[in-house]
Ligand binder design. Structure first.
Ligand code: MG
Length: 361
């Protein structure tokens, strides 16, 4: 029986993590539950699961639950930059961290990975692409020469410029293959999300950026691939559903029934792979620019993107302006040396201010 502390229980990944745990009550028990704030869903979760500990981020309860002594796994499904603090607490305490919070490695990859080496903390990926790579590498036992990360291309893969200008939040939130939270769905439409995932893969597997390729794969069946020294490529496939990587992060090294529909080879289907055209996805290019710069730059990128996407979802800027806001903020935010959490918090705040002022001006 694995005891789980779940941070970020009310979001898309958090609610699915609960479903996975309830599917296997003999394997997992949620002993701690944390959400951003109180609300109907959280109250219902507490009532249904009766966790030993629970609390909310706005009351400051989540950080201790992220380092909870009696938990076997800390599952971090918190969203946004705020989630980084929980990963930091878990890794500092040497815990096993099932990581769904992207900002942890995008913003804090350099310090989080160094800290994990020191404390012996283990980081297990929950994102489908990184889980696929982890599986192809024999749960991280082997080293690959190259990583190939797949991207669906989002809902506007074939849209022309004038169509992009008219994209509404409703249209952007209709992802063709995945059902996810709002921020990540918009990031999947701009492909900023794919730049984040390249950064996460770089930190998780120690692969140089030059050896990581992102490729468009509209069907989202192949979740990512690895290429070995002899040229052999391994891929991990299943119908797109986050339950599989969520469950595997919890059940590892065991594989359990996931209740998902299997691929049916009794029917013909096609898998396509297309090169990623960076001119079509300027946010991806900006993201990679920040990745190569390193240090504080990815944190600035993320803060600018969170601010711009929230403005788009609030109807304050058009879809096509997201990238311009990020570009401006990345250019204007002064660079401080990345030394610790405090330097990230300062860079995050500075970038948010610069992005907001630019949008208001
Ligand atoms: Mg992903």
């Amino acid at each position: 029986m694995k005891k789980v502390s779940l941070i970020g229980s009310t979001g898309s990944i958090g609610t699915q993590a609960i479903e996975v745990c309830l599917r296997h009550p003999d394997k997992f028990r949620i002993i701690a539950l944390c959400a951003g704030r109180r609300g109907g869903l959280f109250e219902r979760q507490v009532k249904a699961l009766s966790p030993k500990f629970y609390g909310t981020a706005d009351s400051g309860d989540c950080t201790p639950l992220a380092a909870l002594e009696e938990a076997d796994i800390i599952f971090n499904a918190a969203s946004g930059f705020a989630g980084l603090a929980y990963s930091f607490a878990a890794v500092a305490a040497g815990k096993t961290l099932a990581l769904a919070n992207k900002e942890t490695l995008v913003c804090g990859g350099e310090i989080i990975i160094a800290l994990a080496k020191k404390t012996g903390a283990r980081i297990i990926p929950v994102d489908s692409e990184h889980s696929a790579i982890w599986q192809c590498l024999g749960f991280g036992e082997r080293k690959a020469e190259k990583l190939i990360i797949t991207a669906s291309g989002g809902p506007f893969r074939d849209a022309d410029e004038s169509e992009l200008e008219r994209v509404t939040p409703e249209l952007a939130l209709k992802h063709p293959t995945w059902n996810m939270g709002k921020k990540v769905t918009v990031d999947s439409a701009t492909l900023m999300n794919k730049a984040y995932e390249v950064m996460e893969a770089h930190f998780l597997y120690g692969t140089p950026y030059g050896d990581i390729t992102a490729v468009i794969h509209p069907q989202s069946i192949v979740h990512s691939m690895v290429q070995f020294a002899d040229g052999a490529i391994l891929a991990q496939m299943n119908k797109p559903d986050m339950k599989l990587p969520i469950q595997l992060a919890l059940s590892y090294p065991e594989r359990l029934d996931c209740g998902l529909e299997n691929l049916d080879f009794g029917k013909a289907f096609t898998l396509e792979f297309l090169p990623l055209d960076v001119r079509r996805y300027p946010c991806f290019a900006l993201g990679m620019q920040a990745a190569y710069e390193g240090g504080i730059a990815p944190c600035v990128l993320n803060a600018a993107d969170e601010t711009a996407v929230s403005a788009f979802l609030g109807g304050r800027i058009p879809f096509t302006r997201i990238c311009g806001v990020v570009e401006y903020t990345l250019r204007k935010t002064p660079r401080e040396k990345l030394a610790d959490m405090a330097s990230l918090v300062r860079a995050d705040a500075a970038a948010r201010r610069i992005a907001a002022e630019y949008m208001d001006g």
